[in-house]
Design a protein around this ligand. Structure first.
Ligand SMILES: [Zn+2]
Ligand SMILES: [Zn+2]
Length: 333
């Protein structure tokens, strides 16, 4: 929440020779299907499943995992989420752009749109203004929200309100306008490397795989496991989600301390993305890494049992109290 307020105070981007911010074409085209994203995703699921069942390939599976690390961890988790949305750390401009392009190649939308959605999620977590409001059920927060109801959250006005820092930068506006070209270039690259199998595994299988690993943060990370902090929303710490999403599953910690670069706050909470951040820091490629103070972390409660610790039980709803919006320590506030 801290991050949203800080970003709100930033001046809006204005028109420039690089072009205006563009809205999605879908809301302006009522003749198009009500669930265009859904239709594509269903098609992608069918193709991915058919590929895995009829053309099993060790090389394909290994490449999907490698792409999950590059686009899911470096692109989405580190780039889109901890760096661009929450500004939990700073990196050189060239590296920020590289991570943003990796995020774009995860095919979850361009940085302006993704950040706009996620900052709204933090502002109204599990309430009406939350794009993937988990109080509407597990399925809605997982995938159901990607229907036509998604578009009011990504209008030009919303993008200027929630991501002004990105919307005013020509690089990000250009990335948004050229997004479909980037996708086509990726498909061409897959084809050039491995023909039909390259497209099937490099586009469809890995898209479906990384999408679900990310969506589990919104669904399981708001339903299964336990709450260490009484954040007043449904966010949970979910062990297995943290494993498949490079540390993002320590999601209740994140809602309590949204500006923190580290989500796994206890010694046993593996946070692969934070290890990457520490490595970048040691190389001089990351600085201003924001962390909660020891006192703010100490407020957190331990899980009530092994099943809760492993994220295998539904987390009971807890009373709404003031979020422990992390007091940051002196290292990088
Ligand atoms: Zn959340
Ligand atoms: Zn977040």
């Amino acid at each position: 929440m801290r991050a949203v307020r800080e970003q709100d105070a930033l001046p809006l981007g204005s028109g420039s020779p690089e072009g205006e911010l563009t809205a999605s074409v879908w809301p302006e085209a009522p003749w198009l299907p009500r669930r265009p994203h859904y239709l594509f995703l269903i098609l992608a699921h069918v193709i991915a499943l058919a590929t895995v069942l009829t053309r099993p390939s060790v090389a394909g599976a290994v490449s999907v995992l490698a792409m999950h690390v590059v686009f899911g961890c470096f692109g989405i988790t580190l780039g889109y989420h901890r760096l661009l949305t929450h500004r939990s750390l700073a990196v050189p401009a060239w590296l920020e752009r590289l991570l943003a392009v990796a995020g774009a190649l995860a095919l979850q939308g361009d940085p302006i749109e993704w950040v706009t959605v996620h900052r709204q999620h933090h502002r109204d977590s599990d309430r009406e203004g939350d794009p993937h409001n988990a109080s509407r059920g597990f399925w809605f927060s997982h995938m159901g929200w990607i229907d036509r109801s998604y578009f009011p959250f990504v209008t030009v006005e919303r993008m200027q309100q929630y991501a002004p820092d990105l919307a005013r930068e020509p690089f990000y506006r250009k990335l948004r306008r050229r997004y479909s070209l980037l996708v086509m270039a990726w498909i061409a690259a897959c084809w050039a490397v491995a023909g039909t199998d390259g497209v099937l595994w490099g586009l469809f299988v890995r898209l479906v795989f990384t999408d679900h690993m990310t969506w589990f943060v919104n669904s399981a990370g708001h339903a299964l496991g336990y709450q260490a902090y009484r954040t007043g929303d449904l966010s949970t710490n979910c062990f297995w989600t943290a494993l498949v999403s490079f540390g993002e599953g320590w999601h209740n910690n994140h809602h309590a301390h949204p500006a923190s670069a580290r989500h796994g706050l206890a010694w046993w909470q593996l946070d692969f993305t934070y290890l990457v951040i520490r490595a970048l820091e040691s190389l001089g490629l990351a600085w201003s890494v924001r962390l909660p103070s020891r006192e703010a972390i100490a407020v957190g409660e331990a899980p009530t049992g092994l099943l809760a610790a492993l994220g295998l039980t539904w987390a009971p709803a807890r009373e709404s109290t003031e979020p422990a919006t992390g007091t940051l320590d002196g290292r990088a506030a």
